[in-house]
Ligand binder design. Structure first.
Ligand code: SAH
Length: 254
């Protein structure tokens, strides 16, 4: 086991675990094992019930996600919970959807633990961009269509900074926007204003890898209309690789 070297003996331990995008079978073997061993599980909204059910029935389950019409538990408070539970000597699992280091604030939580010299490990998860596109039959790169892929947050940046649209608007690049549904008009406007063809193919993958998965396909110019029909959690994928969905889709929901 590799941990941060500043670890103090007899303290608790925090495993930052990525639960994957939805299908519980996409949890890693390591994630599975540490969840079963946890005394405390601090989890988010996008973690599936089946994965939570793997925890020991005696484990303390702490929900810190967003509820309908309520705000998330503030990040400082989450950090505080992790610190407190670890200082009680507990084995803590911090369980997040997808991968903790991709738009998951995993880095911020680890910074707090590192500052308090609390031992931790990171168990990577399958990020939504990888999982949802795999289940939709959309390869993120393909020699005929895309030589690069970028993951972008649709959320406005912490300091209000704009995304560098000119670096994104390349036809041989696949773009995956997380949290982008509400920003779909802005995304379309900025990409076309920076030179991307409005006819380029795009897709929205809603509830990727879950039995409720839906895939919407169209042109970039149609993205805002497509977004009106889709619900969260959803990814926007822009790029000609998305055309392959028609040919390569395989996931059959029961
Ligand atoms: N850390 C996570 C992302 C958290 S941000 C990861 O690595 O996947 C939350 C956003 O992720 C959602 O708004 C949505 O854009 C995307 N997302 C998460 N799960 C998803 C799923 N099953 N299908 C489609 N998009 C998903």
């Amino acid at each position: 086991m590799t941990t941060n070297h500043k670890c103090i003996p007899n303290q608790g331990f925090v495993s930052l675990v990525g639960a994957g995008p939805g299908d519980p079978d996409l949890l890693t073997v390591k994630g599975y094992r540490v969840i079963q061993q946890a005394e405390v599980v601090v989890y988010d909204r996008l973690v599936s019930e089946d994965i939570l059910a793997l925890a020991n029935p005696n484990a303390e389950m702490i929900y810190v996600g967003k509820k309908l019409d309520f705000h998330c538990v503030p990040q400082d408070q989450i950090n505080q919970i992790l610190v407190e539970k670890a200082l009680e000597g507990k084995r803590v699992v911090r369980l997040k959807g997808g991968d903790s280091f991709i738009f998951g604030r995993g880095g911020e939580e680890l910074e707090t633990l590192a500052e308090r010299s609390i031992a931790y490990e990171v168990v990577p998860g399958i990020t939504a961009a990888a999982g949802a596109t795999a289940y939709a039959g959309i390869p993120l790169t393909h020699r005929d269509y895309a030589q690069s892929v970028q993951f972008i947050t649709g959320h406005v940046q912490k300091d209000g900074r704009e995304i560098e649209w000119s670096s994104l608007a390349q036809s041989n690049n696949t773009l995956v926007f997380y949290m982008g549904l509400k920003q779909s008009s802005h995304i379309t406007r900025q990409l076309t204003a920076h030179g991307l063809d409005a006819d380029i193919a795009c897709a929205i993958i809603e509830n990727g890898t879950r039995k409720e998965q839906r895939v919407f396909r169209g042109k970039l110019s149609e993205l805002p209309t497509m977004a009106l029909q889709a619900q969260s959690p959803a990814l926007i994928v822009v790029g000609n690789v998305t055309q392959l969905h028609e040919k390569l889709h395989w996931f059959k929901q029961d």
